[in-house]
Design a protein around this ligand. Structure first.
Ligand code: FAD
Length: 389
């Protein structure tokens, strides 16, 4: 179970409400019960029980947690962030499942879908009975989705989709794929039932990161859809980018969970590992490491909480989320690697979560906008010049 050590040097917990602390405790219990005992095994085999987990998370209201109506919990951004932190303290892949379901697939339908699409998909997705994925990235187009090659062309009253998406979380298990495609009028989104003829998904195997998450390649081969599958309110690339801002916000919190778990593990290890006749926790170099890491964790928490409170008063801007993702993932990966050194050789063993977290964070650093792209977003904001367009 989650060890309790005094990481909260600055008593930042006092900034949370009782209700927020209670939600965190409930998610932590679920994670301790359903995820932690098994996750190292899922990581090792490269298979997580996605459907079972989705039902467990759905029963607790974690899927589409921050959305209103259609069976969603309608909780605050801060509560959602705290949930992401607890989930990712177990494994980034498990948090990815929740982020993609709630903040990418469900959010896209909730924000841009028709009433019929919302009724059809959202209640089942909130319960975890239906799984969604979000297909933006393609084999040849990642950071620059404006160059996407997947096309949607008019066919009578309907559409024909053709192309392929790559690195799509949950694609191999999804019931519905939110697909972004180029039309003569610009980028449009479609809620595509994955049993539609022409849709196929292949599991990407051999990942050395996020192994407890299902990632796939989606092929769309002349997929015929009625116009009712198009998300009517989604016009242009702004729509998928707004979904990414939602999911990225959860990562700002989630990454801290992975880092916290590493620091807990390293502190517990250092307290009992004896070299040169004393616990390695007593050496000054170890203490410098843990002090610096605890400070970065607390600063990251303040940043995440600030973004959450700002979101809850409706004032969150995309570049703020870029700042949060850039900082917190960068610091989390540095913490994970530093904790790895404290565990010595045991740090490379799957018996401890530290290298698993570090490896997972490599994906987190890349998806939802790479660090470099977020630097460019901030650079554009600071200089008024877009370096990447
Ligand atoms: P590229 O865009 O080719 O970038 C390669 C390198 O070049 C990076 O370092 C990048 O920062 C740098 N670079 C690119 N352009 C510039 C520039 N202008 N200036 C400076 N540097 C630049 N996508 C989805 O749509 N849905 C998903 O569910 C999803 N899940 C994922 C799950 C996993 C495990 C992973 C690893 C990825 C997932 N992705 C998903 C894809 C992810 O969003 C992309 O990998 C990401 O956007 C980067 O694209 P790319 O890999 O093509 O890298």
């Amino acid at each position: 179970t989650t060890p309790v050590l005094p990481l909260d040097l600055l008593d930042l917990d006092s900034l949370l409400t009782d209700e927020e602390r209670e939600i965190r405790a409930v998610v932590r219990r679920l994670v301790d019960d359903k995820v932690r005992p098994h996750v190292a095994g899922w990581y090792e085999t490269g298979h997580a029980p996605v459907r079972e987990l989705a039902r467990d998370f759905g029963a607790l209201g974690l899927l589409g947690m921050h959305l209103d109506g259609y069976g969603c919990a309608g909780s605050s951004a801060v509560a959602y962030g705290l949930a992401c932190m607890e989930l990712e303290a177990a494994d980034s892949g498990v948090r990815s499942l929740v982020s993609v379901q709630g903040s990418l697939a469900m959010y896209a339908i909730w924000k841009y879908g028709s009433e019929e699409q919302k009724q059809r998909w959202l209640p089942g997705m909130a319960k975890g009975e239906l799984i969604g994925c979000f297909g933006l990235t393609e084999p040849d187009h990642g950071s620059d989705p404006a160059a996407m090659a997947t096309r949607a062309r008019r066919d009578g009253d309907g559409w024909v989709l053709h192309g392929g998406k790559m690195w799509i979380t949950n694609a191999p298990v999804a019931d519905v794929a939110v697909i972004w495609a180029r039309t003569d009028d610009g980028v449009r989104g479609f809620a595509v039932p994955t049993d539609t003829p022409g849709v196929s998904a292949r599991e990407i195997t051999g990942k050395l990161s996020l192994r407890a998450s299902s990632t796939g390649e989606l092929t769309l081969d002349e997929v015929r859809l009625p116009d009712s599958a198009r998300l009517p309110a989604a016009e242009g690339l702004r729509a998928p980018l707004s979904c990414l801002t939602e999911a990225r916000y959860g990562i700002v919190w989630g990454a801290l969970g992975a880092a916290r778990d590493c620091l807990h593990t390293a502190l517990a290890y250092a307290a009992t590992r004896t070299q040169f006749g004393k616990p390695i926790a007593g050496f000054q170099l170890t203490q410098a490491k843990v002090a610096d890491m605890a400070l970065e964790l607390q600063k990251g928490f303040l940043l995440a909480l600030h973004l959450g409170r700002t979101a809850d008063r409706g004032a969150l801007r995309p570049e703020m989320v870029s700042a949060g993702k850039l900082n917190n993932v960068r610091e989390a990966i540095a913490i994970a690697r530093q904790c790895r050194t404290i565990l010595g050789a045991n740090g490379v063993s799957g018996e401890y979560p530290v290298l698993r977290h570090a490896n997972n964070l490599e994906s987190v650093l890349t998806y939802e906008g790479t660090s470099e792209i977020h630097q460019l977003v901030l650079g554009q904001r600071l200089t008024g010049l877009a370096a990447f367009s």
